[in-house]
Structures are given as structure tokens and as C-alpha cells.
Write a new protein. Structure first.
Length: 206
């Protein structure tokens, strides 16, 4: 029986529609052997609910967590659960410092959609080993972040700086993987994106 993944998203905004990305992500994960449950209910983060899963994947936008929801999530990860944040996970729950600390970065702004060149920062990590640099049409997130707080896997050269695109970090007994790509269908179906996400799921899996 495959590891159980809880995927949280919403349809509250014009962009990042769960109805768009969920079928693509579910198909990818189920093909890789994971059991997928989709939800838009933040109460599923409560300790007694999220504890039924092995991995939590967040592709939510906006919102605010109650104390119970935040503590459930943080306890889940610190106790060994896996946490994956995709794209707008960095633009969610901005009023919850504990969540932002868990994820490792916060959305600042983004340039217009275009083809971006993504470079591999760590070619030996299990998530990125053997993955070549690649181009993808997507929305690049410019993030508030502290590079001393995470391990960089992917970045994008932009306006003279190296913008982080993917990283890993430890949180208590659990593992966190953030990937800022995934706004467009072109990105979600890109072979490199899908392979990186598949490996990310395996890496955070307890």
C-alpha cells in the first residue's frame, strides 16, 4: 500500500485553481504509487485528521490558519511527517509566522509569465541528481527568504540575482521540500517538474 498524501488547495482565486492542478498532480502521484486525498478544508490540518497521512502537500492561496490547524500541521511535520509546498504555498497563511518558518520563504512578487531558465544548484541531491538545467514557461516567484535556513536545489538567474526555485529543509523529525514552479499547465506537465516532484515526494516520505 502506497504512502498517503493529503493535498490542500482552493478555488477562491482566479489563479491557482485546484480544479486545474489537482487532476494533473493526482495522476502523477497515483502513477508513482501514492494514495491521494484532495481537500479544501483547512480543518483537515487538525492533529486528529492530518495524522492519518504520511505526507502533506500544500498548493493553497491566501487564507489564515487557526491555532488548532497550525499546531496540527507543525506537530505533524516535527513528528516525522513529510511536507511539500508548491508554488503559492509561499503566498498562503502569511499571518501565521509558524507556517512561514516551516516552509522557509514568503512570496514577494513575480514578473510576467515567460520562459525561465532553471539551473540545478545541487547535482548530487536525490531530488535533483541527473536532472539537467531546463527551460519552462511559468510564473517565477521572487521570495523573501534566508539562504542559511534551507538547502538550495534549484535557482533561476533573474535581474542579476539567483532566485531560489526549490529547496529542502529539516523541521524537527520531518522533512520539507518547497518548489516554486507550478503556476501554468505547461509547468505542471513539464517532464522535469514532474520528475522533481515525484522525487520530492519520495524524499519527504517518512
Amino acid at each position: 500500500m502506497g504512502k498517503r498524501v493529503l493535498v490542500l488547495g482552493n478555488n477562491n482565486f482566479r489563479f491557482h485553481q485546484m480544479d486545474m492542478f489537482a487532476p494533473i498532480l493526482s495522476g502523477l502521484m497515483e502513477k508513482a504509487g501514492f494514495q491521494v486525498t484532495l481537500t479544501q478544508d483547512l480543518n483537515d490540518l487538525a492533529k486528529e485528521r492530518i495524522g492519518a497521512f504520511d505526507i502533506f502537500l500544500c498548493y493553497y492561496t491566501g487564507g489564515k490558519l487557526t491555532r488548532e490547524q497550525l499546531q496540527g500541521l507543525m506537530s505533524f511535520v516535527s513528528s516525522g511527517g513529510g511536507f511539500i509546498g508548491l508554488h503559492s504555498a509561499a503566498d498562503s497563511f502569511r499571518e501565521n509566522p509558524g507556517y512561514l518558518e516551516l516552509l522557509g520563504g514568503v512570496f514577494r512578487r513575480h514578473p510576467r509569465h515567460q520562459v525561465f531558465h532553471i539551473r540545478v544548484a545541487d547535482r548530487e541531491h536525490p531530488i535533483t541528481r541527473g536532472i539537467p538545467d531546463f527551460d519552462v514557461y511559468d510564473e517565477l516567484y521572487i521570495l523573501y527568504h534566508d539562504p542559511k535556513r534551507y538547502h538550495l536545489l534549484l535557482y533561476c538567474p533573474w535581474e542579476g540575482e539567483e532566485q531560489p526555485v526549490a529547496w529542502t529543509k529539516e523541521y524537527g523529525g520531518g522533512r520539507v521540500f518547497y518548489l516554486s514552479l507550478g503556476h501554468t499547465e505547461e509547468a505542471l506537465t513539464h517532464p522535469a517538474f514532474q520528475e522533481i516532484l515525484r522525487r520530492g515526494l519520495q524524499w519527504v516520505s517518512p
